[in-house]
Design a protein around this ligand. Structure first.
Ligand SMILES: C[S@@+](CC[C@H](N)C(=O)[O-])C[C@H]1O[C@@H](n2cnc3c(N)ncnc32)[C@H](O)[C@@H]1O
Length: 260
């Protein structure tokens, strides 16, 4: 595992050491001043941040499920296009294998409406930021944290063991989008999310035992693997392509203990 530079100007070593237990896969060499180039993590009073030496030092990627935009999204608990695409209906909350968890925005929405979510993120820094947000949400005893598990691994390595529920794929959008991506997406792109082996991921999902595969795409993007979905759910800027493999049943709500 490559070593990562971490800047700790506040020296809260005890808290930092506790928090580090939630991202054991990240090997960090802590220093007290930001490096001149590259990405680095920064330890601040509210937890872990990711920064880039090439961007404004005041900007950072930080995951917060307790306050801010994502917390508001969670409190709204609405019937978003995402939850409809997954197949949430009255009395039915499919378990979800989120194969591209990123910073956990979608995974936490799904856990918040009652789905058991197994979230997988292969990029080490991204998984660490999500884990750090999750750690603070667990400390705040937010209910949805009881049925969300996060694992730092490549989804392709575990996908064949998915036997039920829904597989959700939200691969990185193509870079050529006209609108400037949010800082989080800029940094995630810079972290090397390029030839994504997305088609392989998609093929593994279709070959698994999941009842349904759901793919999030930009509105005008081609279908993954050029495979037309059975149906689509369109939101303002994205669409969800639905690939049902068989009917979703109540028993699809089993938790993801098999991966624990
Ligand atoms: C667009 S982001 C997902 C955003 C996420 N849905 C959210 O709500 O925050 C795509 C993520 O998928 C991850 N990813 C891509 N291929 C993966 C794989 N094979 N296994 C695990 N994670 C993968 C990338 O590292 C990236 O963080």
């Amino acid at each position: 595992m490559p070593e990562m530079v971490g800047v700790d100007q506040i020296g809260q070593v005890m808290t930092r050491a506790d928090a580090e237990a939630s991202w054991p896969w990240l090997s960090i060499r802590w220093v007290d001043q930001p490096p001149a180039e590259g990405h680095y993590v920064s330890w601040q009073t509210d937890g872990l941040h990711l920064k880039s030496a090439s961007l404004d030092p005041r900007s950072s990627v930080h995951v917060d499920f307790i306050a801010g935009a994502q917390a508001r999204r969670l409190r709204a608990v609405t019937g978003e296009a995402l939850t409809r695409a997954i197949g949430c209906q009255k009395g039915l909350r499919p378990s979800v294998f989120d194969a591209t968890a990123g910073l956990g925005s979608d995974a936490t929405v799904l856990a918040n409406v009652g789905c058991a979510v197994y979230a997988v993120e292969r990029q080490a820094e991204t998984a660490a930021l999500f884990a750090d947000g999750l750690r603070r949400a667990v400390e705040a005893d937010l209910q949805w944290t009881h049925h969300l598990q996060l694992c730092h691994t490549d989804a392709c390595d575990v996908m064949t063991r998915v036997t039920h529920g829904v597989i959700y794929l939200d691969p990185m959008f193509p870079k050529e989008r006209k609108a400037a991506p949010q800082l989080a997406m800029q940094v995630l792109h810079e972290l090397g999310e390029s030839a994504d082996a997305v088609d392989l991921l998609f093929q593994h999902a279709l070959d698994s035992g999941a009842a349904r595969v759901v793919v999030k795409r930009p509105l005008k993007a081609p279908y993954l693997g050029n495979v037309p979905p059975a149906s689509e759910i369109r939101a303002k800027t994205v669409r969800f392509d639905l690939y049902p493999r068989r009917k979703l049943t109540d028993s699809e709500c089993a938790p993801w203990e098999q991966f624990a």
